[in-house]
Design a protein around this ligand. Structure first.
Ligand SMILES: [Zn+2]
Length: 227
């Protein structure tokens, strides 16, 4: 399909009634869900019959954006140009729209990733405590990870986790996700009280969901080596 390798992931789901085909733009894979038993022949037919549809979906997927010298990656809602020179400092340094970074070339992707994760953690930790102070609830832990399906989560005991990829998004998007998770410290649901509190914490956040729906998949391709 336009020269792209397309992994197919088949999953059996107990309780699934039929066979479902889905083009997963986050993972970059075709997902087929099958009932607990059987369905393989039908799934292959379905796959074959939807070849054109899949090609159209895949053509619209984001492109992988590996951390290589000269790459331009999204960072904090703007473009960041990776300027790698072996002789540059190994400690990444941002100057305007450029990230200066040194050390061995082979270490570049890991170094950029660690820097992004560290920067993300500092940013969301500060933001979380700031907004949590407004609602007067304690936060016991802020961590970051790389979940596929969510941007943030809030567990009991005041433990909040975020996707490090939020640092790639504009600050107002990050703030909205942080406000959302902090609002869960008060309301552990998505009821009217939760939404009223979220609106008071982040009055301008209404369009953030739309932004993430539109651009979120692309953030998952940042740092990926191959299409
Ligand atoms: Zn929620």
């Amino acid at each position: 399909m336009a020269g792209r390798v397309l992994p197919v992931i088949a999953e059996r789901r107990r309780g699934a009634r039929g066979i479902r085909l889905r083009a997963d733009s986050v993972q970059g894979a075709v997902r087929i869900s099958l009932p607990a038993r059987g369905g393989v022949a039908e799934a292959l037919t379905l796959l074959d019959r939807h070849r054109d549809w899949l090609a159209a979906q895949v053509a619209a997927w984001p492109r992988a954006l590996p951390f290589v010298p000269g790459a331009i990656i999204p960072f904090n809602g703007a473009d960041l140009h990776i300027d790698w020179q072996a002789s540059h400092s190994r400690t990444p340094l941002v100057d305007g729209d450029t990230l200066h970074i040194g050390g061995p070339r082979a270490m570049l992707p890991g170094r950029v990733l660690r820097w992004l994760r560290a920067t993300a953690l500092i940013d969301v930790t500060v933001g979380t405590h700031e907004i949590a102070a407004l609602v007067g609830r304690p936060v016991t832990q802020v961590r970051i990870g790389d979940p596929r399906a969510r941007w943030g989560s809030c567990a009991s005991g005041g433990r909040i986790a975020y996707s490090w990829r939020l640092i790639l998004a504009p600050p107002e998007i990050r703030r909205n996700v942080v406000a959302h998770e902090v609002a869960h410290l008060v309301h552990a649901n998505h009821g009217p009280d939760f939404h009223a509190l979220l609106a008071s914490l982040d009055p301008n956040g209404r369009d953030c969901k739309r932004w993430l729906a539109r651009h979120g998949a692309g953030l998952h391709w940042v740092g990926r080596e191959t299409a």
